[in-house]
Every structure is written in C-alpha cells, then in structure tokens.
Design a binder for this molecule. Structure first.
Ligand code: SF4
Ligand code: SF4
Length: 342
C-alpha cells in the first residue's frame, strides 16, 4: 500500500523512524555540497539532486578495521574486528545509486561472500527518492535505469506538497507499517503520475543519455583494448583517483597493516586502478603506465564487467565523474571517442 505524508511534516517522519533506528539522509554541508548525514533535530533534506559522494559508503565504507594482532608477552592475541552492524535507513538514494547496489551485490555477495558487506546490507533499509529534475550530467537511461521509479526497499516520490512511499520488499513494508499515524494511505496518485511524466520528458532530452552501447561489451574486447584512442584520452590524466572515489560502482580495495605500537592493525581501504601502485605485487606492477591504468578503469566498466554479468554495464550514469574530474575527463568522453572509432 502506498502511503503519503505532507512534506511540511518531514521532521515528524524522520523522528518516527529515528525512534527505532538510525536514519541517514542527504543534507547540505557548510561547503554547499550534499552529503548523507544522520538525522537529528535540525538536519534538513537537501534539495540538490545527488550527494557528492555516493551512497555506497553505507555498505562499503572507505576504511574499515578487519583484525588486530596484539603482542601479549610471547603470545599473539587475534581480535576479529567484525561487529554486528546497527540497523539503519538510507533515505533519499537516487535511482542510479540504488542500481549501484545491485552491481556491488554481484561482486561482494558472490562466493566467497564478503561478510562485512553482507552484514551491512542485511541491516540497511533503502528508501529511494525519484528524481524530479535530472541534471545535464545524468545519463542513467543509457543503462536502462528509470529515475522516475527507483527501486529500493521503499520507493519515494516528492510530488506536489506530499512525500509518497511505496514499499517493495518485506523490509520496506515493515518500515511503512511502523510509521503509524505519521502517514496515511495515498488513494490518489495523480500527482506522482504527473511528476513522472514531466521528469520522463526531461530525461528524454538529456544530452548524454543517447549513445550506441553496441560498440561495447564482451565481443569488442580486443578491438577496444588495442584502440589507439587510449593514448590521447589518458594523456592529461593526473592519476588522482577522484573519479574512482566518487563512483558508486567502483569496488576495489587494498588491505594494509598498521603498526599500532603493541602489534598490528589490519584494515582495508578503497583503492583506485588509477594509482601507480594499484595491484603492485612482489614481482612489480602489471600496469606500468597511466594509459594502461586509465584503460583498465573504462574497460572494466564497459567491457570486462558486462562480459561476466550478462551484458550489464558497470556504470549507472550518475554523472559524478563528469562533475569531479580536475581535467574534465569522464566515461562519457571515453564512450564517445571509442564509439567514433572506425
Ligand atoms: S563511471 Fe562515472 S557516471 Fe558511471 S557510475 Fe561511476 S561516477 Fe557514475
Ligand atoms: S579524476 Fe580525472 S585526472 Fe583524476 S584519475 Fe580520474 S580521469 Fe584521471
């Protein structure tokens, strides 16, 4: 059953949810960026389209402790740092970010299952929020993602003066049921339908949303791998890794040991295929030049991942890499250059 509540009463909604569980929502910070923050009185929902960092942080944080090895005289104490995650709600994830969870699931929930990730997925409830005004940098339709009807445990729309919530899963149904008198049944969904129609028209006009993706995918591996275009495309790349850190689907990490003074703390942290020491091993580095590293990032999303996942691409068209790269390089430029190759 779809329910609704007035946008003017959003604080009552967040307060009702927060009484039982931690609630995170996009909110503007002092730098004018939208970031996910835990709700407390005074935290307001951002009106911006997307958070600067993606929602993947909730399930795959930038750093996390794995295990401690503590010296105790002549013995070593091993402490497993896994803890049961607290229950939490992620409110306001856009369709692209929700789609990215399926990509992360295909990696981290495949055998061998990543128990850290699985634990957070089990404890998290995703309440998505449909986009009303997609940005000029968005291109989610290219990957079959409908920004007007995002998935998640609950799909949310802010249409007219109201927030509408439609549960999609058991977790979502429980969440909606827990709202009690804060929300009421939405018998008339015409405001939602109107907004979906208007947004659909904007989506159809997006500059980057139309591209022939037939050029990409598994069959094109050798042709694209050997393309002479990579040298020119990667020439100005700084190897800063910003594109990988804002990307909701990048999933590479490193495991490092830190001398704690009385033993070793082992932790994992995001890594970037754009870095010169990425996958460096005892024998050396398999990708010695930036052009090889640059190619790896885009081949992974456009060719390798689809080859192993039934043609599904490893990009969700969120546009974050379009906004954040200091040299204005991004996956759209790469797709365009490779598509135009004879
Ligand atoms: S490659 Fe760029 S557009 Fe695609 S999901 Fe990553 S940050 Fe978003
Ligand atoms: S953000 Fe731009 S400059 Fe930095 S590694 Fe990515 S493509 Fe290269």
């Amino acid at each position: 059953m779809t329910v609704k509540l007035p946008v003017a009463k959003l604080d009552d909604f967040f307060a009702a949810l927060s009484a039982k569980t931690a609630v995170y929502l996009p909110s503007d910070n002092s730098a004018g960026q939208s970031e996910f923050r835990r709700w407390e009185s005074g935290v307001k929902l951002s009106s911006r389209l997307n958070t600067t960092r993606s929602a993947k942080d909730f399930f795959f944080p930038q750093t996390e402790d794995i295990v401690d090895f503590n010296m105790k005289g002549k013995t070593i104490e091993v402490i497993d740092r896994r803890t049961e995650s607290e229950d939490f709600v992620v409110f306001g994830a856009r369709a692209c970010d929700v789609a990215s969870f399926a990509i992360l699931d295909s990696v981290y929930l495949a055998d061998p299952v990543d128990s850290f990730y699985k634990n957070r997925r089990e404890h998290g409830v995703v309440v998505s929020l449909a986009c009303a005004r997609p940005d000029s940098t968005c291109f989610c339709p290219l990957f079959g993602i409908d920004a007007t009807e995002p998935s998640g445990d609950v799909t949310g729309w802010i249409a007219g003066e109201d927030l509408y919530l439609k549960p999609n899963t058991e977790k979502g149904t429980d969440l909606v049921a827990s709202l009690g008198a804060v929300a009421s049944e939405a018998k008339d969904l015409s405001a939602v339908d109107r907004q979906k129609k208007e947004t659909g028209e904007i989506l159809a006009r997006l500059p980057f949303a139309k591209r022939d993706m037939g050029k990409f995918g598994g069959e094109k591996l050798i042709e694209l791998f050997n393309s002479p275009k990579w040298a020119g495309l990667s020439e100005a790349c700084l190897g800063c890794g910003t594109c990988t850190f804002v990307c909701p689907t990048c999933q590479c990490y490193d495991i490092r040991d830190f001398d704690s003074g009385h033993g070793v703390k082992r932790f994992r942290c995001w890594d970037s295929c754009m870095y010169s020491d990425f996958t460096k091993m005892a024998h050396g580095n398999p990708r010695l030049t930036q052009v090889e590293r640059f190619r790896q990032r885009f081949m992974h999303k456009l060719v390798y991942y689809p080859s192993n996942n039934g043609g599904k691409f490893g990009c969700v068209g969120c546009g974050r890499c379009l906004k954040s790269c200091p040299i204005s390089m991004n996956i759209v430029k790469v797709m365009k250059a490779l598509s135009e190759e004879k």
